[in-house]
Write a protein that binds this ligand. Structure first.
Ligand code: IFM
Length: 450
């Protein structure tokens, strides 16, 4: 398999999922602290108060990243660690943590890819209206400015928000994630619009203030459809299904990314949302649609689709007894090929896989090692599909495995393990899994042996 010479091999994690130290050094509360206190919201009522204790063990973790040969580490900043109330006073100790983390990464030649928001929304801002507040985009822009002022002399890669489909869809519509709200469509769409404005303003701030020339991208949870066969009709059906909005469900690529990159909401979204669409001004759309450098996308599985007789699409049956991860996500590696292809066709940006990986039944075996052949096979198959996209001329810039280490998997608590590194949560001990050593060779050989 062939990857571009300057392809970036990375791995990712997020603040609330790994840092712990939830009540230390002046960190403010986030919505996940509060949500996980409610009985029954998280598996076994667990929470991220200690998590992987990365806050204290980050140097050991960076050493492990360096031994892995990692070229980039995508991490997120805990907004309330830096600005405890979400706006106003800055917590220097919190900023210092990210300062030291970035320096430690750079010392090992690992590029820091900084995500500004990966779901640990400041609780105080939630109490002031959260994403429904007309001030929410300015709060986010002000927070962005703090991070840019402190780190942009060393950080070049910026991702404003991780998976708005999830923090809004799961957090504000179904209520399965923090803050656990169940909004109607009109409110949900207002929150969508405000989060898009926040993205646009953050990009403006980064471009205006950054010291190093910034490289800015996205990290949505893409719903990508895979054609059941290679027929032109099924391919067209999968393309159409990937971007279409036929219900009021906001778990959509195009509702978020069309405004960001094409400068307007998709027509079918406007139709289907009807009176539930927020008031949208031309000025809003100009703010939202800022130039981006890459299309980063988090892809774990795809949805099978086939053409109907009348030129439409319909879900296709999967096989009986499909390969499933412990999240019960179907292993469907072609999602990386079709995702890269459809998303590049529509948005014309180079592609980065900002997350891809699987949860597995990992434990320490009698020989003291963690054998995870399923994960190796999963990653192998997905990377081959991404290489196929690259071979067809789609600009593929990089790949971030999710996740560098086992961590707090939101509502699933610590039940689901996604890491290349096993974490013994009782002791904090890290044990690199077989997939860690496998990925190390992939990086070393730039994927040529895949
Ligand atoms: O752990 C999550 C991450 O926080 C966002 N993307 C999907 C991952 C696996 O569920």
């Amino acid at each position: 398999m062939q990857f571009p010479k300057d392809f970036i091999w990375g791995a990712a994690a997020a603040s609330y999922q790994i840092e712990g130290a939830a009540a230390e050094d002046g960190r403010g509360l986030c919505v996940w602290d509060m949500f996980s206190r409610q009985p029954g919201k998280v598996w076994r009522n667990q929470n991220g108060a200690t998590a992987c204790d990365h806050y204290h063990r980050f140097r050991e973790d960076v050493d492990l990243m360096a031994d892995l040969g990692l070229q980039a580490y995508r991490f997120s900043v805990s907004w309330p660690r830096v600005i405890p109330a979400g706006t106003g006073s800055i917590n220097q100790a919190g900023l210092d943590f990210y300062d030291k983390l970035v320096d430690a990464l750079l010392e090992k030649n690992i590029q820091p890819w900084l995500t500004l928001f990966h779901w640990d929304y400041p609780y105080e801002l939630y109490c002031r209206g959260g994403w429904l507040s007309p001030d929410s985009s300015d709060w986010f822009a002000d927070y962005t400015a703090v991070m840019v002022e402190r780190l942009s002399d060393r950080v070049q890669h910026w991702i404003p928000q991780n998976e708005p489909q999830c923090f809004l869809g799961l957090g504000h519509v179904t209520g399965n994630h923090a803050p656990g709200m169940k909004m109607g469509t009109a409110e949900a769409m207002l929150a969508v619009h405000n989060s898009l404005l926040a993205h646009g303003k953050a990009v403006q701030v980064i471009r205006a203030k950054a010291v190093l020339p910034p490289v800015i991208g996205t990290a949505p949870a893409g719903k990508v459809c895979i054609p059941r066969t290679a027929s032109a009709e099924d391919i067209a059906a999968a393309r159409q299904a990937t971007f279409s909005n036929t219900t009021k469900d906001i778990y959509s690529n195009s509702i978020f990314t069309d405004p960001l990159i094409l400068g307007h909401y998709p027509e079918d979204c406007i139709q289907v949302m009807g009176a539930d669409m927020p008031k949208v001004t031309e000025q809003d759309m100009r703010t939202i649609c800022q130039p981006l450098d890459f299309y980063g996308v988090n892809l774990y599985f795809g949805h099978w689709v086939e053409a109907t007789e009348h030129g439409g699409w319909q879900p296709a049956e999967s096989v009986i007894g499909p390969p499933l991860t412990t999240m019960e996500w179907e292993v469907s590696p072609a999602v990386l090929y079709w995702g890269a292809r459809f998303l590049h066709e529509r948005y014309k940006l180079p592609i980065v896989i900002t997350e891809n990986g699987m949860a597995n039944t990992d434990w320490i075996h009698l020989d003291g090692k963690v054998h995870d052949p399923q994960r190796i096979d999963y990653l192998h198959r997905h990377l081959r599909e991404f290489a196929r996209a690259s071979a067809e001329g789609i600009p593929c810039l990089g790949y971030m495995q999710w996740s560098i280490m086992d961590n707090f998997e939101w509502g699933h608590g610590y039940k689901q393990r996604f890491g290349l590194i096993y974490v013994d949560y009782e002791t904090g001990r890290r044990v690199p899994k077989d997939s860690y050593y496998w990925y190390r060779n992939v990086i070393k050989t730039n994927g040529t042996e895949l």
